[in-house]
Design a protein around this ligand. Structure first.
Ligand SMILES: Nc1ncnc2c1ncn2[C@@H]1O[C@H](COP(=O)(O)OP(=O)(O)OP(=O)(O)O)[C@@H](O)[C@H]1O
Ligand SMILES: [Mg+2]
Length: 258
């Protein structure tokens, strides 16, 4: 496998009983590349993400991260391996406040010589939380409130702030701006541009054609559980992509990274 491949899936498949939600997905993402996944509701986009991140166990198929075959037991393990994901149905801990959610599994400590009794550095985590949220532009009146009392948009921004705080090997965002207002959407798009400048690879699931055309290098279209097109942005346009999404156009042979 070539060195510059961040993520590769081969024949990735998920059946829920008789529902073939994902069927034989062959996908590649290269270093520094930003790829959009588009497709109608129910096309299998989130299912694809759930198989990669180990939220569910796949029916069959293989996944490689930087050349190493992986099969994560769950999103926390994926995270430990550098895969940061903003899930469509957000995986935040309802009973924790914002800083605790941001640093879940990555707590900062001091007095490390105390071993298991080392102390959590709340002050530093709180300040980083405030900085990260400022980058998303969303106003959260009190970061010490638990997540369960927050609006959908606020929750989404906490999840995005989390991905923007840690350098990850791969960032996956499943409709990150679906619940956001115009200004907050623009801020999140800026975060995505910054990830691009920093060379961090990204998979962005979005229904927003303008956003996709503005941000990514390549568009992969899912339809009825299958990858039906793999289009470099400069070779396509919104109408063309929509034709693949609706099935009006078929046959753009998928050959991994374009
Ligand atoms: N846990 C489940 N049990 C049974 N069927 C499921 C389950 N999760 C998803 N599905 C089905 O799998 C298919 C793909 O769903 P998925 O959530 O991946 O779609 P999607 O492309 O992310 O859509 P959207 O754009 O609406 O988020 C759908 O037909 C859905 O009903
Ligand atoms: Mg989805």
């Amino acid at each position: 496998m070539s060195d510059d491949i961040v993520l590769k899936t081969n024949d990735l498949t998920k059946h829920y009983g008789g529902v073939h939600a994902l069927e034989g997905a062959n996908f590649e993402l290269r270093k520094g590349e930003h790829v959009a996944i588009m497709g109608d509701n129910g096309a299998g986009k989130s299912t694809f993400v759930r198989q990669i991140t180990g939220v569910e166990q796949r029916t069959r198929g293989k996944v490689w991260l930087y050349g190493e075959e992986v099969s994560f037991a769950g999103p926390l393990e994926a995270r430990e391996h550098g895969v940061e994901t903003v899930f469509q149905t957000l995986a935040l801990a309802d009973d924790l406040d914002v800083p605790d959610n941001l640093f879940l599994g990555r707590e900062r400590t001091y007095a490390n010589w105390l071993g298991p009794f080392r102390l959590l550095d709340y002050k530093s985590m709180r300040q980083s939380t405030i900085d990260a949220l400022n980058r998303t532009g969303v106003k959260i009146p009190n970061i010490r409130n638990t997540i369960q009392n927050m609006s959908g948009g606020q929750r989404q921004c906490v999840a995005i702030a989390r991905t923007a705080t840690f350098h990850s090997k791969l960032t996956i965002m499943d409709e990150p701006t679906a619940a956001l207002g115009v200004q907050e959407t623009a801020q999140v798009e800026n975060i995505i541009r910054t990830l691009k400048e920093e060379g961090e690879p990204l998979i962005l699931i979005s229904h927003n054609m303008r956003q996709v055309m503005d941000l990514v290098d390549r568009i992969v279209v899912f339809r009825r559980g299958q990858i039906v097109a793999n289009l470099r942005k400069e070779d396509t346009d919104g109408q063309d992509v929509v034709a693949y999404i609706t099935g009006a156009k078929t046959g753009a042979e998928y050959e991994g990274a374009a």
